[in-house]
Design a protein around this ligand. Structure first.
Ligand SMILES: [Zn+2]
Length: 433
């Protein structure tokens, strides 16, 4: 049965509206409601579904169209939880799913119930057609992405690996349309930085605050380090992703000209590319004396720190210590998570390029490294899955979309919802064909 575009669009809109009307703010999440809703929709289309839940109210849905066992498997990944919303800040009820000005409004419309609805509609359309892919086509709508307390994909990968083990995955985290020197570019996230926060314990000598001269104020010492850390910027470095990014745009700058080339990018693109060039450090938390009249002998400073994929804290620490100077503090890494990458030359990349070429012949696709953590990491780490973040958007300006995610008046353009659905259909048919 051939499916024309109008029903596709309507189906995606109405499923998204139904999803937005469920409050799945995490915490507490309550994602089971969303999993049940999508299960009802998919089973009606003949797609086999399974719910997996560590606790009953936080279910993950996994749906599958079985393949012929002759080709790679593909996972369409999404999450159903959202961050909180304050109705006082919104122009509409954040759980209304209202259709207004060509957009569907509600908390999670962009992050990422829109993408989830598009993927579910993709599964339904293909199942109704009797699509039999070469390898399994899997759809997962998982819990707990926003907080990450191990109810969602991390738990599935560990406890039910057979449900989500796949060769390829399309996830959130990319698909933005940007313009560089008149060239339209779709950004595809193929890797992500490692999140490796560290703690500095800055030492001084405590004393009565009425006589500062007798003490050595650890907070004041720390203040100097905070300023130093805020200016930390190691020499920019090319990675396979940045190299491919500049290749897509025309030419790869020489290492010495890298900083200059990035400075010349449009501001929205520069903000995305700058973190791809090296370690970033942001001092974010500080604590010192508990009493106003006691000069602290110890000040604790915690910094958010993101490393390029492939780097480890041990690689970065010597440069950091050298930059800060040798003594007066202890440096301790709090944790190190993420930092995985997928190869760039793959059938999934080709499928994305082919879609963009057909959709917008002048446009190209360029890889980016996500500065933040995504669930793609768990798949790369557990199964070596080639996982990319890509959900094309071009009706809504990327600056506006970036501003709306996790903020008031979050909404997705219906045109983008349809574009994303057509993209997922294209990828499923291409890899499964
Ligand atoms: Zn998300």
């Amino acid at each position: 049965m051939a499916v024309s575009v109008a029903p596709l669009r309507d189906e995606a809109v109405s499923l998204l509206q139904a999803l937005l009307r469920l409050d799945t703010v995490n915490p507490p999440g309550n994602e089971t409601e969303a999993a049940e809703l999508v299960r009802g929709f998919l089973e009606e289309a003949g797609v086999a579904c399974e719910l997996y839940a560590r606790v009953p109210e936080r279910a993950n849905l996994v749906a599958r169209i079985h393949g012929r066992g002759e080709g790679p498997s593909l996972l369409l990944l999404s999450h159903t939880d959202t961050v909180v919303a304050d109705p006082a800040e919104w122009s509409v009820d954040p759980w209304s799913g209202e259709l207004r000005d060509g957009c569907v409004w509600g908390r999670g419309a962009l992050d990422m119930k829109g993408h989830a609805a598009a993927a579910a509609v993709t599964m339904a359309v293909l199942a109704r057609e009797g699509f039999e892919p070469a390898g399994d086509l899997v759809f997962a709508a998982t819990a707990d992405e926003e907080v990450g307390q191990d109810y969602g994909l991390s738990w599935l990968c560990r406890e039910h690996p057979d449900a989500v083990r796949t060769d390829y995955c399309v996830n959130e985290g990319g698909g933005d349309w940007v313009l560089v020197d008149g060239q339209p570019v779709y950004l595809c996230s193929t890797a992500e930085k490692m999140s490796a926060p560290f703690r500095l314990r800055v030492h001084g000598r405590s004393g009565h605050a009425s006589m500062p001269g007798i003490a050595d104020n650890a907070l004041v010492r720390a203040a100097r380090l905070v300023e130093r850390l805020a200016d930390f910027s190691p020499p920019p470095r090319l990675t396979p992703e940045t190299e491919a990014f500049f290749t897509a745009l025309g030419s790869v700058p020489a290492p010495a000209a890298l900083a200059e080339s990035v400075a010349g990018l449009p501001p929205d693109v520069r903000a995305m590319v700058e973190p791809m060039l090296g370690t970033t450090v942001s001092p974010t938390m500080i604590s010192a004396s508990q009493r106003v009249n006691v000069v602290p002998g110890l000040c604790e400073l915690v910094c958010d720190c993101r490393l390029l994929p492939g780097d480890s804290p041990a690689d970065v620490e010597p440069a950091l210590r050298q930059y800060l100077g040798a003594d007066g503090y202890d440096l301790e890494w709090v944790e190190a998570v993420g930092g995985t990458r997928s190869p760039l030359e793959t059938p999934l990349w080709e499928a994305i390029e082919a879609f963009v070429a057909a959709e917008e012949p002048r446009a190209c696709v360029a890889p980016v490294v996500s500065a933040g953590f995504t669930d793609s990491h768990f798949l790369r780490e557990a199964f070596g899955t080639v996982a990319y973040g890509f959900f094309p958007m071009r009706a809504m300006e990327p600056e506006l979309a970036a501003r709306l995610v996790h903020s008031a008046d979050e909404r997705i353009a219906v045109d983008d919802l349809e574009l994303g659905t057509r993209f997922l259909l294209h990828v499923a048919r291409t890899l499964g064909g």
